[in-house]
Design a protein around this ligand. Structure first.
Ligand code: ADP
Length: 397
């Protein structure tokens, strides 16, 4: 890896494509950008340098832009902004790796065909993750591509943590708990011991709280249990997803309310969570600024569910040494952190109010010196995790 060599990371969601460019073996962030609102009218692109200064912007008027057109635009943009760099590999965030992919994987036609068979497990996300891989193969076939899976970090969980209490003929079909947000948790697992070497073998519960939200129990840098299960709708209430739900509710919706599969899916994925409970917004900032009691009820329910899951994950670990907050809400909402820690006092959590309120954007400890459980904020950085994996795979070739 020469200093002029770079790695591109692509994170493609259902309506957006994010990219980041990392330079040299030190993987220094050089620029990042995103195309948002694909398929909708107001598709827009913005790119920033490492310091956050905008280096380019674009808005599409008229016709909707799809993933392929978005990728063509990004590749053109990258080519005109490489400034002497050589892209040596592209790393992709891929939501599902099934039971077979327990780590990053060099992508080729065979792997892609195998990943296609997993689409029914993640129909809302996986096709969008794979589309840019195909675009890259078509436009730059000589550049190695690496898939990094959100499920991979959890594949080593104990069997009981992965199992549903269903008959074997069902679980044999791959119907089990996979867990997601694995790249975020793997990054946190690697970051904590760097911040404090005493934490290398600690019992850690990390909460990745963004639009999607989950929690993960980790020991010695490995995943032990997680709140997301077969799909990313399980566990905590999220921006628009309901989180854990009695499966009897789904049967009732179908039998008594006459809802079909599409209507149930829309309700559980897009109309529930913070949005559904508040009736106002899926956005935590908006809810925190609202005086509407429904906004406060939505936040209170999220805090309550985080507390319940924290107890459950601490039980899976047989104790708790560290609580980590990450994701847009976890990193930025001092009020949410305070409420969660207040409810977790019984576990030995003591927040340092001043440290919690102090604005900052780096890795930081926010518990009192005497707190039995250390509380940390670790800003999410799935992209850097993908870049590291991509570099590792490249060096193994
Ligand atoms: P995604 O899962 O899409 O990557 P993010 O991790 O960016 O999402 O998290 C988005 C969430 O973070 C939104 O609910 C947003 O309101 C919340 N958030 C961002 N900044 C703040 C803040 N200062 N205070 C409270 N919530 C915030």
């Amino acid at each position: 890896m020469h200093s002029t060599d770079s790695i591109v990371v692509i994170n493609a969601g259902s309506s957006s494509i994010k990219f980041s460019l990392y330079d040299g073996a030190a993987l220094e962030l050089a620029m990042r950008g995103k195309i948002e609102n694909l398929y909708a009218g107001a598709t827009r692109f913005v790119a920033q340098d490492a310091a956050g200064a905008v280096i380019d912007e674009h808005r599409w008027s008229g016709g909707a832009i799809d993933h392929a057109a978005g990728m063509r635009f990004l590749i053109d943009f990258a080519q005109s902004h490489l400034a002497g760099r050589r892209v040596v590999a592209v790393g992709h965030r891929i939501v599902h790796g099934g039971v077979d992919y327990s780590g990053p994987q060099l992508l080729d036609a065979g792997v892609l065909a195998q990943l296609d068979t997993l689409v029914p497990l993640a129909p809302l996300h996986l096709p969008h993750n794979l589309a840019p891989v195909r675009s890259m193969f078509a436009m730059a076939p000589q550049v190695p591509q690496v898939g990094c899976f959100d499920t991979a970090f959890h594949t080593g969980q104990p069997a009981a943590a992965q199992a549903f209490a269903l008959p074997a003929r069902i679980t044999d079909l791959g119907i089990r708990r996979y867990g997601f947000h694995g790249l975020s948790y793997e990054y946190i697992a690697g970051t904590l011991p760097q911040a404090d070497p005493h934490l290398a073998n600690a019992k850690v519960v990390a909460a990745h709280l963004g639009n999607g939200a989950s929690m993960c129990a980790m020991r010695g840098g490995r995943s032990v249990a997680s709140t997301m299960g077969f799909t990313a709708v399980d566990g905590l209430p999220m921006g628009t997803r309901c989180g854990a739900l009695d499966p009897g509710v789904v049967l009732y919706l179908i039998e008594e309310l006459g809802m079909d599969v599409a209507a149930v899916q829309k309700l559980l994925y897009q109309e529930s969570g913070l949005l559904g409970v508040s009736g106002l917004s899926s956005d935590m900032r908006t809810l925190e600024q609202s005086a509407d009691p429904r906004a406060q009820a939505a936040i209170a329910l999220m805090v309550y569910r985080i507390g319940r899951e924290l107890g459950s994950l601490a039980a899976a670990l047989g104790g708790l040494d560290v609580l980590v907050f990450s994701g847009g809400i976890g990193e930025n909402s001092t009020a949410l952190r305070a409420a969660v820690c207040r409810d977790a006092a019984w576990l030995g959590v003591q927040l340092d109010a001043a440290a919690n309120d102090r604005s900052g954007d780096g890795v930081r400890r926010v518990s009192t010196a005497g707190s039995r459980v250390a509380v940390w904020v670790v800003p999410a950085n799935e992209e850097l995790m993908i870049a590291r994996h991509t570099l590792d795979i490249l060096e193994q070739q």
